[in-house]
Design a protein around this ligand. Structure first.
Ligand code: ITT
Length: 198
């Protein structure tokens, strides 16, 4: 089975491809289908934004689409940056700047508890929403950036029961326990991919 990943984030694409290839699902990139529309993510929930991205991209392409809306929710910040993770700190910042901003906000804060959330949404070739599934990964925010792998907030996120950040643990371990992996597994268990095929 082939499905387009409606994302412009190349790191997400690599992870989605790696996780789904083990399950016999081939993921096509935006580039392979001539590009995806620029969907405005103006909903204040992961599920709302993921659904919007999937529906609008599927209508544009006339192909089945999978989307991913994800982010980091920090307890001491009342769940921020959350759905605004990609835009945290305002325009013009890169991943490193955003990590530094988060460390600044958490300076002298003992509560480092956080989780990554990911919602995977699927739409068929007519733009009908098949459904969505959320996955989480619980952990803590480290005191400094650690490791070179991954993207986004990976250098700051230490998954529960580990001593190293996602960026130190690397792709294979991250993909075995991440919010993205959990969301995809739930989508499969919920039969979303089967509904798309039938
Ligand atoms: P698309 O909308 O094109 O998929 P995006 O990067 O804008 O790409 P989101 O709106 O879902 O995607 O924002 C997700 C942000 O949350 C992402 O840019 C990272 O900053 C962060 N994030 C999500 N998953 C992550 C992960 O596995 N590791 C580190 N940071 C992650």
């Amino acid at each position: 089975m082939k499905i387009v990943a409606a994302t412009n984030n190349k790191h997400k694409l690599v992870e989605l491809k790696a996780i789904l290839s083990q399950l016999g699902i081939e993921v096509l990139s935006a580039a392979e289908v001539g590009g995806i529309p620029d969907v405005i993510e103006d909903v204040d929930t992961f599920v709302g934004n993921a659904s919007k991205k999937a529906i609008e991209s599927a209508i544009h392409l006339g192909m089945p689409v999978l989307s991913d809306d994800s982010g980091l929710c920090v307890e001491a910040l009342d769940g921020r940056p959350g759905v605004f993770s990609a835009r945290y700190g305002g325009p013009g910042l890169d991943d490193q700047d955003r990590c530094h901003k988060l460390l600044d906000e958490l300076k002298n804060c003992d509560n480092r508890w956080a989780y990554f959330a990911c919602v995977i949404a699927l739409a068929d070739e007519n733009g009908k929403l098949i459904g969505s599934s959320m996955g989480k990964c619980l952990g803590n925010i480290s005191d400094e950036m650690r490791g070179e792998e991954g993207f986004g907030y990976d250098p700051l996120f230490i998954p529960k029961d580990y001593d190293q950040s996602f960026a130190e643990l690397g792709e294979e371990i991250k993909n075995s326990l991440s919010h993205r992996k959990n969301a995809l597994e739930k989508a499969i268990a919920d039969g979303l991919f089967d509904k798309l095929k039938s």
